[in-house]
Design a protein around this ligand. Structure first.
Ligand SMILES: Cc1ncc(COP(=O)(O)O)c(C=O)c1O
Length: 394
């Protein structure tokens, strides 16, 4: 007997990799454009950060540490967030987690039960859907307007707030669309949350990976609306496998003290985050280096190339992403009746060409008829992939 909770769990980004492995067994070369992991491409964790981790291990920092995180790291994260976003927080407002993923798990476990609701962007990073359902709640998607560069539709968001709503999720820069929410929209969401006395969960994992627009941090626009902000070391510091992130509470009027105290209990119940990765994270924050800027520089070229190629394919409609490292083109399946839907297309594309994308419906209802493509690979690989994709659609 296995719980319904687990039987219903889906994570398209990795589920598709299972099929890719099967295809690989048949001898076909696989082009992985499904996972947002820069480190499997030509972006490497900087040596000085790796050395800090190795040093910590050799010096014997191999024991369980404080459940909330090593105090020095909480201090550094606090300093970093205060400077970056001009927000008034203290080290007490920081919780070190095993990646943003654990932060999402903690926040949703504290907010969701008994069929209540959480508002997530539609399309959304699927973990928000998974964990909300896991805790017996309903993820409600508010519309992101593709014609308007995938900016959130504030009127739709307003309409979807009910007595059961527990929080609003903002994911900017967004996975899967690459949208960076405008200042105006971020302010409006913060105001709306204030009107309805709701906290905001702000997933900021891509806040350093931006191509044009400036990033608008929700906490910078909030006077009294509580923000549960999340960030980590996976993307900007190229350490996906280390599983380290953090959660910050911006709560000037102490509205979510209860939530904070109960999440701390949850943190104690799971002991602590990786100890030696925390020492590496201290080093990354104290000496930020140039790796993030260099990554963004390379990624801009790959994004521009990918956007240009996709725009040239008939029946494909694509918005140029302003942040993160994904494109989320729409495929007009009326022009391509050979495939039933986005999932059917992605599976067949993988089997026939070895190109591994993620089907848009894996990002919620608003994702259907789309595919997510990461532009992390080098240009030579992208060229092969877009040639294969273009020919396949033809
Ligand atoms: C929006 C978003 N949040 C969170 C994560 C996971 O982050 P972490 O590696 O810190 O758990 C990802 C990973 O792709 C992501 O895209």
């Amino acid at each position: 007997m296995v719980t319904r909770r687990l039987q219903e769990l889906e994570y398209a980004i990795r589920d598709i990799a299972v099929i890719a492995n099967e295809v690989k067994q048949s001898g076909k070369k696989i082009y992985h454009l499904n996972i947002g992991d820069p480190v499997i491409y030509d972006f490497k964790t900087p040596a000085y950060i790796c050395n800090a981790m190795a040093r910590a291990a050799l010096e014997g920092q191999n024991f369980y540490v404080d459940s909330l995180g090593i105090p020095e790291l909480r201090n550094e994260v606090c300093r970093y967030e205060r400077n970056k976003n001009s927000i008034d927080i203290t080290p007490d407002d920081i919780l070190i987690t095993s990646g943003v993923t654990e932060g999402i798990f903690f926040a949703i476990s504290a907010l969701i039960e008994n069929q209540n609701e959480i508002l997530v962007p539609g399309p959304t990073y699927p973990v928000y859907i998974n964990y909300t359902r896991f805790f017996d709640g309903h993820p409600i998607e508010y519309e992101m307007n593709e014609e308007n560069g995938w900016e959130p539709n504030i009127e739709d968001l307003r309409k979807k707030i009910t007595a059961k709503t527990q929080a609003i999720v903002i994911g900017s820069p967004n996975n899967p669309t690459g949208a960076v929410f405008s200042k105006k929209n971020v302010k409006q969401i913060v105001d709306l949350a204030g009107e309805h006395d709701l906290p905001i969960i702000s997933d900021e994992i891509y806040d350093q990976i931006i191509y044009e627009k400036n990033y608008a941090c929700p906490a910078s626009y909030s006077k009294d609306v509580p923000i549960i902000g999340m960030n980590g070391f996976s993307k900007a510091h190229l350490a996906t496998g280390w599983r380290l992130g953090y959660l910050y509470y911006y709560d000037p009027e102490n509205k979510i003290t209860d939530l904070k105290e109960n999440i701390a209990k949850m943190a104690r119940a799971r002991l602590c985050a990786n100890s030696i990765a925390q020492y590496a994270a201290i080093e990354a924050l104290r000496n930020p280096g140039t790796h993030t800027d260099e990554m963004v520089k390379k990624l801009r070229i790959r994004r521009d190339y990918s956007y240009k190629r996709l725009r040239q394919i008939e029946g494909v409609h694509v918005i140029n992403p302003e942040g993160a490292f994904y494109l989320f083109p729409k495929i007009d399946f009326k022009e391509f009746p050979r495939w039933k839907d986005d999932k059917d297309f992605v599976i067949n594309l993988l089997k026939d060409t070895g190109v591994c994308l993620v089907y848009g419906s894996g990002f919620g209802n608003h994702g259907k008829d789309h595919v997510r493509i990461t532009f992390l690979p080098e240009l030579e690989t992208l060229e092969i992939v877009y040639n294969l994709l273009e020919n396949y659609l033809k």
